[in-house]
Write a protein that binds this ligand. Structure first.
Ligand code: TRP
Length: 470
């Protein structure tokens, strides 16, 4: 039955475009900005190890479930959950899961756009040679000056949000293909060039061992669940774009012939390699130039420019790097807005253009809170054993990645593996009742939900985590 249901929003024009688009959604600031700074805040190798574990045991199976639901429902996440619950004879309130995702999408996009704005600002700073010959103090000063100026932040945030709205208003499919086909590989190559530079620095091996060799001693006085597993879990969800309906709506444009399992593996592999490469490029620079790995959200904006200021053709490579990073953020941000926009189009009968501007405006407005988090409204608190300095921004980030996305993901995977009939999921995964299906089914039923729930429950000394620093 689901095979004849078509999406009102159309379909991907070839099966590769889904992989490209979903990879475009997954690869973004999460890999190059968020992964390194969280790794640095959480002590390096142990975090990376737990992160990889979360990607494999929870991320991939939940991603499969989310795409499966999208393709079967073929509507916005809210309506997909509504339709599928009715089809399977389940409680109609499951549509609320769609709303959880829409709200998470607004909040993530609101700050994502501000950070993407930093990358645009850095295109110009690097391009004009601001970093030539800079040391760590100078790049730190340039970064601090940027984030202390709300007007400039607002300006770039507005530009980036406009770019996002523009693509969504025209339908996410047009243009996306080109962007992802050429720019993603280019970003990948540029990261390799950065890694080559990192290899030439004094502390290359220190960086590598920091990333890949867990320092178990540093974990002694930590709460493993709240201080390590929860942030790693959140990063896995954030980086793979799962738990809020973004990948569900992309799945709704996917043709019935395409293999969900294969697609998920390709996407997760691409996403993870970009994050690891970013780490390998960044930490040697961090150590060589005496920066603090736990420096927070500014980490890449302070460390990479030193490298661009030193390496041959650094001005060129540097501005190109930030251009490509902006594009990577762009192909991610559109997937954050799409669930809300597709709902407005379906249920409020709006044109895509009007829906995109309306939803985009809400996210833009919410973004003002993040703009102010780095200057006038900055405040500190401690979370997961780390001091967070940027008040509301950090709260938004923690609330969405560490709570809303895993909660959404757990509900998605429980819905799919416990509540939907086995025949529906077998039909949709298209693998028959074979071993691949059985492995997925087992992990989706037991490991993934229990993993998330155990991490949640153990963190439930939760309120202790938000101790305010004076
Ligand atoms: N995954 C993207 C990144 O790493 C961000 C993103 C896009 C996202 N869509 C999402 C995160 C949906 C969570 C949910 O930059």
């Amino acid at each position: 039955m689901s095979s004849i249901r078509a999406s009102v929003h159309g379909q991907w024009s070839s099966r590769w475009i889904f992989i490209l688009a979903a990879t475009g959604s997954a690869v973004g600031l999460g890999n190059i900005w968020r992964f390194p700074y969280l790794t640095g805040e959480n002590g390096g190798g142990a975090f990376v190890l737990v992160y990889l574990f979360c990607v494999v045991m929870m991320g991939i199976p939940i991603m499969m479930a989310e795409i499966l639901l999208g393709r079967r429902g073929r509507k916005s996440p809210v309506n997909t959950m509504h339709t599928l619950a009715a089809e399977e004879g389940l409680n109609s309130n499951w549509y609320l899961l769609g709303w959880l995702g829409v709200v998470a999408g607004f909040i993530i996009l609101s700050y994502y756009s501000v950070i993407a704005g930093w990358t645009i600002a850095f295109i110009f700073k690097t391009g004009m040679g601001d970093f030539i010959g800079s040391n760590a103090d100078q790049t730190t000063a340039i970064f601090s000056e940027l984030i202390s100026n709300p007007v400039i932040l607002l300006f770039w945030h507005t530009i980036f949000m406009f770019l996002t709205i523009y693509v969504v208003s025209r339908g996410v499919k047009s243009g996306l293909e080109q962007a992802v086909k050429f720019l993603m590989p280019a970003l990948f190559i540029l990261l390799l060039i950065m890694v080559a530079y990192a290899m030439s620095t004094e502390k290359f091996f220190d960086g590598l061992s920091y990333l890949f060799i867990p320092d178990f001693d540093s974990l002694v006085d930590k709460n493993l669940f709240s201080d390590l597993f929860l942030p790693a879990l959140g990063q896995a969800f954030f980086s793979l774009s799962i738990g809020m309906g973004a990948i569900m709506i992309y799945g709704s444009y996917l043709s019935k012939e395409s293999s969900i399992t294969f697609n998920c593996f390709v996407i997760a592999l691409a996403d993870t390699s970009v994050a690891i490469l970013a780490g390998v490029a960044i930490f040697p620079i961090v150590f060589t130039y005496g920066l603090e790995p736990s420096g927070g959200p500014g980490l890449i904006f302070i460390s990479l420019p030193i490298a661009f200021g030193q390496m041959p053709f650094g001005t060129f490579f540097g501005s190109l790097f930030f251009i490509l990073l902006m594009f990577a953020a762009w192909t991610s941000s559109i997937s954050l807005l799409e669930p809300a926009v597709s709902w407005l189009v379906e249920n409020r009968n709006m044109t895509r253009i009007k829906a995109a501007y309306m939803a985009g405006f809400i996210a833009w407005f919410l973004g003002l809170l993040t703009v102010l988090s780095f200057n006038h409204w900055a405040f500190e608190f401690t979370f997961a054993g780390t001091i967070k300095e940027n008040g509301l921004f950090d709260i938004f980030d923690i609330l969405t990645s560490n709570i809303m996305l895993p909660l959404g993901g757990v509900l998605i995977v429980i819905f799919t593996s416990w509540l939907m009939s086995r025949s529906s999921t077998i039909d949709e995964l298209g693998v028959g009742d074979n071993n691949i299906y059985k492995i997925w089914y087992f992990i989706a039923r037991y490991i993934a939900p229990l993993g998330v729930i155990i991490i949640f429950l153990n963190t439930m000394g939760f309120f202790k985590l938000f101790s305010l620093n004076n």
